[in-house]
Design a protein around this ligand. Structure first.
Ligand code: FAD
Length: 342
């Protein structure tokens, strides 16, 4: 049995290794898995332990090489038709069993919709804690434990959390806070194929049909290469149609500042910033956004930042690679027409 919170430290010496859960969709690994392999590599090296990737799915064998190239020493592969689509029951059972058998010391999971569903369930079943939605990771010098950092109290403080008594040390980490490592295609490693213990009666929900609704692409801020974001300077919710149109022409996603979200102009799922999403697209177009520090915290690692603002002294221009001083309502229609021609 595991000690309850506050009990003296248990002997955790049989827990070894850093694991990264690789989320995949239709056989393609989400970027966040690679980002966490890069960060997991640093933790594993500092701890003198191995780095393993865990892949659950159907037809995911082709992922092996890219996971080694991103830094994994080992891959635990759980293949089966019951894993074709993400299922809370099947994936929770699979990951819980794997932890109970192989006893990793640390597990990193992307703070995506699926990761946020899976992580806490697994943590509860194996009797450990979980630090959710981390924005930084490190090693606590004194204890050698993983130091998980996350915004707390509405983003007003950054809390660093340790997990002294229980194993594994688990956390979900926001996509895009770490860079995907450069692939090293000369690397290879060990593959451990794990037989499924999931029984049909364990799965209480089934995916009947996968529908792609209009908003989906526009909401996918995590993986978008182009993001067009609007702020209070858009004036009213109807004007967000211009943001949506430009995002659509560029094949990108729609972002929003907290001011726009708080005003009810866009749902919170679009919010970029300290208390919203962290994004790192190739191009981020900020429209009528002043550039408050809390907004910058979520988008400043974008490759190219373009700002449109009618105030030439707006702070966003200090961080933008390209700036357009003018009224968004006049400039956006021109940009939409020009990009349509490309
Ligand atoms: P404003 O600051 O009001 O800026 C509007 C801009 O639009 C101005 O620069 C103005 O010149 C320009 N403008 C106006 N009309 C036009 C026009 N017609 N054409 C062109 N430009 C125009 N904010 C976030 O975004 N994300 C977060 O996650 C977040 N987390 C926070 C957490 C905490 C704890 C706190 C205290 C704050 C947080 N904020 C966050 C809020 C943040 O401090 C700012 O208040 C917010 O980002 C401002 O949004 P904005 O830039 O849209 O609005």
């Amino acid at each position: 049995s595991r000690p309850a919170a506050g009990e003296p430290a248990a002997d955790n010496s049989d827990f070894k290794g850093v694991w990264v859960y690789i989320e995949q969709f239709q056989g393609k690994a989400r970027n966040v898995g690679h980002e966490l392999l890069g960060e997991g590599r640093k933790l594993a090296d500092a701890m003198g332990e191995e780095l393993a990737a865990v892949v659950i799915g159907a037809g995911v064998e082709p992922l092996l090489q890219e996971l080694f190239a991103s830094g994994a020493d080992k891959v635990y592969l759980l293949e089966g038709s019951e894993y074709r689509h993400y299922s809370t029951d099947a994936y929770t059972i699979a990951l819980t069993d794997l932890i109970n058998v192989y006893k990793p010391s640390v597990i990193l999971i992307g703070a995506t919709n699926d990761g946020r569903d899976l992580g806490p369930r697994v943590a509860c079943r194996v009797g450990t804690g979980l630090t959710a939605d981390c924005t930084n990771l490190g090693i606590d010098e004194e204890s050698g434990l993983v130091a998980w950092t996350r915004p707390a109290f509405g983003g007003n403080i950054m809390a660093t959390i340790l997990c002294p008594n229980h194993r594994p040390q688990m956390g979900t980490v926001r996509p895009n806070v770490f860079k995907r490592p450069e692939p090293n295609t000369t690397r290879s490693g060990e593959v451990i194929r794990v037989a499924s213990k999931v029984k049909a009666e364990d799965i209480r929900t089934r995916l009947i049909e996968l529908l792609t609704i209009g908003e989906t692409a526009a909401c996918n801020l995590d993986e978008a290469q182009f993001i067009v974001a609007g702020g209070r300077g858009m004036g009213k919710p109807e004007n967000f149609a211009l943001i949506e149109e430009l995002a659509n022409v560029l094949g990108g996603a729609v972002g929003a500042s907290r001011a726009a979200v708080d005003a009810g102009w866009k749902p919170a799922i679009h919010q970029v910033g300290q208390t919203g999403k962290t994004v790192a697209p190739k191009v981020y177009i900020a429209c009528g956004i002043s550039g408050a520090i809390q907004h910058l915290a979520g988008m400043s690692t974008s490759d190219i930042i373009i700002a449109i603002n009618k105030d030439a002294d707006a702070p966003i221009f200090k961080f933008a690679d390209f700036g357009i001083v003018g009224d968004v309502l006049e400039i956006l229609p021109v940009l939409i027409e020009e990009f349509k021609k490309l």
